[in-house]
Design a protein around this ligand. Structure first.
Ligand code: NAP
Length: 323
């Protein structure tokens, strides 16, 4: 069977390795190159296949029908352009081309690949900006309220989210060492200044939502997974509180709406977001509390990127994805 040729830039990183594994196991895809920077020349096994990492400069971009870029912010946009110029479709996992981040590729706009919101635009695109991990879980949790106009005008949406340490990438940092992280739990980027805020605000604005967002990320002593607790002032008390999510996501293969409170165990190694919601008791303004969980490396990165790639390549959206 003829398999589609896929290249991965930044393949030795956390998101890149997840991508290589998904591509190696995909029924219609084969890996034609995998790049690294410092670790060029080293090898890894993906789906039982032995792969050597090459420098991005040595990757034969023109051999690939689709390229994933899992390069760091700032390093990615020029490679996205180079891969596209070489004839490949591209899914960029970095923040470079996402809304609110300001880098333009020069010709036309690049769709934001929050697949459940934008699959019709993604289908006809050449390049897609894959969402960040925190924006994925936050925006998918909020979407049913946003599109129904249920968020109270001028409201402040509060997002407290905790991520496993792979969310910070592979580059060694003192505060990410085992002894610094294990048996502890702490927030970071407090003061509403995390770099994902621009992306989330831009998407809220595109959906005509004027709410403020207060976002506080936390570092969890686990390898992978994000759990977000989100409070949203709403226009009216919701009698059947889960109804907006059940209706909005009916038939969605990767969204699980449940009365059960989600935990990381429900979602790790899976391309799903699991969501619950309840009305807050004891407050004057009607307020919904949403809890949502994803695997930051799957639905928050490589899995969602493959969901978008399947659409770009005219394949079944769910193909090769762990549910
Ligand atoms: N980690 C997550 O949970 C997550 C979630 C969503 C999106 N993302 C995005 O995905 C991208 C990759 O994230 P990551 O966590 O996988 O990062 P990472 O673990 O640090 O990996 C970065 C990759 O890029 C390579 N690289 C670094 N600098 C480069 C340069 N100047 N030129 C060419 N290659 C270079 C690295 O090679 P060496 O290994 O040889 O240094 C490695 O393969 C980022 O843009 C990130 O924002 C990550």
């Amino acid at each position: 069977m003829h398999k589609l040729a896929i290249g991965v830039l930044g393949a030795s990183g956390y998101a890149g390795r997840e991508l290589c594994e998904l591509v190696a196991r995909h029924p219609c895809a084969r890996l034609v190159f995998a790049t690294a920077s410092d670790r060029q020349g080293s090898r890894a096994r993906f789906g039982g296949q032995d792969v050597a990492f090459v420098a991005a400069e040595d990757a034969r971009l023109g051999d690939a029908q689709l390229v994933f870029s899992a390069l760091p912010h700032g390093a990615s946009a020029s490679w996205v352009r180079a891969a596209h110029d070489a004839g490949a479709k591209v899914v960029d996992l970095s923040a470079d081309l996402r809304p609110g981040n300001g880098i333009a590729l020069g010709s036309g706009s690049v769709p934001y690949g929050l697949t459940e919101l934008a699959r019709d635009t993604v289908r006809g695109a050449e390049i897609v900006a894959n969402p960040g991990c925190y924006p994925t879980v936050t925006l998918l949790a909020l979407l049913p309220l946003l599109v129904r106009g249920l968020v109270a005008p001028g409201a402040t949406i509060t997002v407290n989210a905790a991520s496993g340490v792979t969310g910070a990438g592979f580059t060694p940092r003192r505060e990410l060492m085992f002894a610094e992280v294990a048996d502890d739990f702490r927030p970071y980027a407090i003061g509403n200044e995390h770099r994902h805020l621009a992306e989330m605000r831009a998407v809220l604005a595109s959906l005509d939502c004027d709410a403020d967002l207060i976002f506080t990320p936390h570092l969890l002593p686990v390898a992978r997974g994000i759990l977000a607790t989100i409070t949203v002032p709403v226009t009216e008390p919701l009698v059947d509180v889960l109804a907006p999510w059940r209706e909005h996501y009916e038939g969605e293969p990767f969204i699980e709406v449940s009365a059960e409170i989600p935990s990381l165990r429900d979602v790790v190694h899976r391309n799903v977001v699991r969501i619950t919601a309840t009305m807050a008791a004891g407050v004057r303004a009607p307020t919904v509390i949403i809890v949502a969980a994803i695997d930051n490396l799957v639905k928050g990165a490589a899995g969602q990127a493959l969901q978008n790639a399947n659409l770009l390549l005219g394949l079944e959206e769910t193909m090769g994805l762990p549910v």
